[in-house]
Structure formats: C-alpha cells, structure tokens
Design a protein around this ligand. Structure first.
Ligand code: NDP
Ligand code: 2IT
Length: 449
C-alpha cells in the first residue's frame, strides 16, 4: 500500500468522504501508489495541499433529464458533469450514456482524464459527464429528445473556454449531432468549439472517429519497437468490445500486419481464426447498430459464444481490451499470460483491475495503461478544437500524422518518466508521474484556486 503518511491521509479522506465510490477509489489509489515514489522529494505538495485538491473535483453538476418516449410517456434520467481540473486548460472529456453510469464511474473517468489530457501535451483540463440513459433499443427520435433535454441543462456549464464535452460509451456521431443542434438553438450562435466529435459538415475533424483506436495501435507499435524490437506484423490480436475504439483499433492493427481474431459486445464474443472481416463488423455495428452475434451467422468458419469475458480464453500475442472498466480480473490475466501473450494495451478506460496489471507486469508482459494508450481520441479532439479556432480544417493525412507523432511522444515521455523513477518500463508509474507533473506545476504556479 502507501508508504507516505501524507498520501495515506489523502486516500483515507477520499474513501471516508465517498465510501461507495469504488471505481473512483481504485483510480485514485493507483495514482497515489505512483506518487509514493516521488512525494518525499516534494514537500511543496503537502505544504500547499496540492494532492488533496487534485483528488477533489473543482465542480460536480447533477441534473434531471426529463424526456418523452415514443409512447408519449415521460421518462426521467439523471445527468452529470464532473469538472475535475482546469489548471492546464478548459475542462475536456467525454459524455457516457449507459445504464451503469453513476458518480463513482464519472469521477474515476474524470480523474483519469486529467492525467491523460496532460500527457497529450495539449492545453486541456480533465472532465467527464453523462447519464444513466440507455440509447440501446431507443428510436432516433427518442435519442434526439433525450439529447435535447440533456443539453437544455448542460449548455449553461460548457463553452469553448470553459468545458468541451465529446463522446464516450453510447455517445457517437448521432448523439453529438443532436447535442450540438440544441446548443446552437439555445445560444443562437454556431460555436463549433463547444463539443468535439462533430460531423464533418459542421466543424468536425477528419480522423477523430478513427483516432482512439488508431492512436492505441500507434502507441503499442512504438512500445513493441522500443522495448522488444518487435512489431504488429504477423501477430495474433484479440480486441474486446466492438464499438468506436475496438473497430478502429482492429483496422489499424490489421493495417500494421496483425491478424485480429476476436471481438465482443456485452452479450458475447465472436472468434474468427481466419481473421475478422472488418467490413462485415462495420456493416453490423455502424450500419444498423446490430449485435456482434450476427457476425457468426454471416461469416463461415467463425463462432459466437455467450458471455463477454470468455473472449480472453482465446490465445493471442497482443491483447487490446476496448470495451469497459474492470473487465480483466486476476484470473483472466493469468489466462492471458498462460496463453503466451507478450503485450497488453488498454483501449478502454481502466479495463484491467490492479491485480491483473500486477500479473502482467510480474510475468514480464509489456503493459500500456489507458491514460497513455487511449489518449489519441482526446488528443484529436484537441486538434478539432484547434481547427475550430482557426476556422480551417486539415486533411485526414495531416491529422493522422499529428496523432501518430503525439502517441509516439507519449510513449517516450512515459518510458523516460519510468526510468527517472527507477522503475524502467513500468509505464503505469511513468504515465501517472509524467501526467501529474505538468498539472501540479500549473496548480502550484496559480496558487490556491
Ligand atoms: P461504444 O459505445 O462505441 O462501444 C462500447 C463497446 O463496449 C460496445 O461493444 C459495448 O457492447 C461494449 N461494452 C460497453 N459496456 C460494456 C459492459 N458493461 N460490459 C461489456 N461490454 C460493454 O464506446 P467506445 O468504443 O467509444 O468506448 C469503449 C471504451 O473506450 C470505454 O471504456 C471508453 O471510456 C473508452 N474510450 C473511448 C474514447 C472515444 O473516443 N470514444 C476515447 C478513449 C477511451 P454493447 O454494445 O453490448 O453495449
Ligand atoms: O475517454 C476519453 O478520453 C474520451 N472518451 C474522449 C474524450 C474527448 O474529449 O475526446
């Protein structure tokens, strides 16, 4: 656990204040364990109450979201925005629409977002928001009415210099479009920079859709090259999820010469030993919001199995969990190791439990944590903001080249930070420390705010 008495005190206050927020505790403890390696050298942290501030959101907004379903019945959901830290730039982070959304999950996501956004090297603070609304099975008209109601409250809390939301689970191009339309109507102004992930016809950036998955592979490729003198070429890859991150991670992994053999959704997984046919997956998931099960009905030689965790029994060289938090526990991690994997990189946020990460690291696997590995999405969101400010747009190739260079830079930054801390190659520590240093310097420079 924690050696520093100061950090122990901070952590126990976090737990005492919000005893039910398990996911938030998990995310905080991991970061504090890394800070434990440097905190003694920085008495100014305790003297200025910096870490107490760092673990407490600047602002949390919760609100009622009433909307009318297709039967004419009023439904009421709960909306949130956790504005965690704006020391280095406006709050920035996605919106998640999923029935499991609660304050613990949004606080863990907002907390991780601070460090992730710092690692991108771009001037963005950390936030997260969303609702317990479930877009699954809803008509487009219902989703539109929900988004309009959600934005009718959210609009007063966001702005291009204040807070810039984007997508996450359950929030893609359709939802961002409805949210943007409502904001524009309320404000009577086309302020493109208030949301990212927009459509290309109204201020979106080329390559934002692909960015998280592509970025994950760019960072993983750099890690393989620098730490194992290896590459994606000829490797077998398993990717959990089949949403935005998973699909474009699969696309880039294949482009880099790997064979992707499995994908999943919350119901189950498909295994295609011949290599997943991505056009079929795109047709199912992006074409008509179908279930991954359909893949096995359409592609000979592939199989479908109920239960999403079973995907990790399929042997692979590289594991890319891209679905949701805490899907890989200690036992699953042991299975992945036993099956001979060499690397794990997190596309989802916190998909591996701490015990699982320990299993990977002790077995000598390369492990890239989410706050570095999936930072390509938000980095490209920041590039979208940049283009909106310039009233200009870059080509796909220009954005993609910037994304690749950002991800390679992140890898070297976190690798070097791990070395400086005396734990060379522990990229969890590297990411936490490198991300934290920039934010804490900004916080200290700005006084108690
Ligand atoms: P999508 O909504 O596009 O896809 C989510 C995928 O994960 C779906 O296949 C979904 O299956 C599956 N999934 C969601 N919840 C669960 C669950 N509780 N159990 C099992 N499977 C689940 O979301 P994204 O692809 O955008 O997000 C995936 C992950 O990546 C999340 O952790 C997100 O925070 C993270 N992320 C996203 C970024 C982005 O730019 N979009 C950027 C950085 C990180 P089903 O359809 O059955 O629900
Ligand atoms: O978790 C994430 O980094 C995201 N969902 C993307 C956030 C963003 O603002 O693009």
């Amino acid at each position: 656990m924690l050696n520093s008495e100061y950090l122990q005190r901070v952590y126990s206050q976090v737990v005492t204040r919000d005893p039910d927020q398990k996911e938030f505790h998990q995310a905080v403890l991991e970061v504090l364990e890394s800070l434990d390696l440097i905190v003694d050298k920085h008495p100014e942290y305790e003297a200025n109450g910096v870490i107490e501030s760092f673990v407490e959101p600047e602002r949390v907004v919760t609100f009622r979201v009433p909307w009318v379903d297709d039967q004419g019945k009023v439904q009421v959901n709960r909306g949130y925005r956790v504005q965690f830290n704006s020391a280095i730039g406006p709050y920035k982070g996605g919106l998640r629409f999923h029935p499991t959304v609660n304050l613990s999950i949004l606080k863990f996501l907002g907390f991780e977002q601070i460090l992730k956004n710092s690692l991108t090297g771009l001037p963005i603070g950390g936030a997260k928001g969303g609702s317990d609304f479930d877009p699954k099975g809803k008509s487009d008209a219902e989703v539109m009415r929900f988004c309009q109601s959600f934005m009718t409250e959210l609009y007063r809390h966001i702005g291009q210099f204040t807070d810039v939301p984007a997508g996450d689970i359950g929030v893609g191009a359709r939802e961002i479009g409805y949210l943007f339309g409502q904001y524009r109507r309320i404000r009577d102004a086309h302020e493109a920079g208030i949301l990212t992930g927009k459509g290309l016809t109204y201020g979106g950036s080329l390559a934002r859709t692909e960015a998280t998955g592509y970025g994950l592979c760019y960072l993983t490729a750099e890690m393989l090259k620098c730490m194992k003198n290896d590459s994606f070429a000829g490797k077998t890859v398993v990717i959990s999820g089949s949403g935005n991150v998973a699909i474009f991670a699969a696309e880039k992994a294949m482009a880099l010469g790997a064979k992707v053999v499995a994908l999943s959704d919350s119901n189950g997984f498909v295994h295609d030993p011949n290599g997943i046919q991505l056009d079929v997956v795109k047709d199912i998931k992006l074409g008509h919001r179908g279930r991954i099960k359909e893949y096995a009905e359409r592609v000979a030689g592939s199989t479908y199995t109920e239960g999403f965790r079973g995907i990790w029994t399929i042997p692979c060289d590289i594991a890319l969990p891209c679905a949701t938090q805490n899907e890989i526990d200690e036992d699953i991690a042991k299975t992945i190791v036993k099956n001979g994997a060499m690397a794990v990189a997190e596309g989802a946020n916190m998909p591996c439990r701490p015990e699982a990460i320990r299993v990977f690291q002790e077995a000598g696997l390369l492990f890239a944590p989410a706050k570095a590995a999936n930072a390509g999405g938000v980095a490209t969101s920041a590039l979208e903001m940049c283009q909106n400010s310039m009233r200009y747009s870059w080509t796909f190739e220009e954005v993609d080249a910037k994304l690749k260079s950002i991800m390679e830079h992140i890898f070297h930054n976190i690798y070097d930070a791990s070395k400086d801390c005396g734990v060379t190659g522990d990229l969890v520590v590297g990411a936490n420390i490198a991300g934290f240093k920039k934010v804490v310097d900004a916080m200290l420079a700005q006084g108690i705010v």
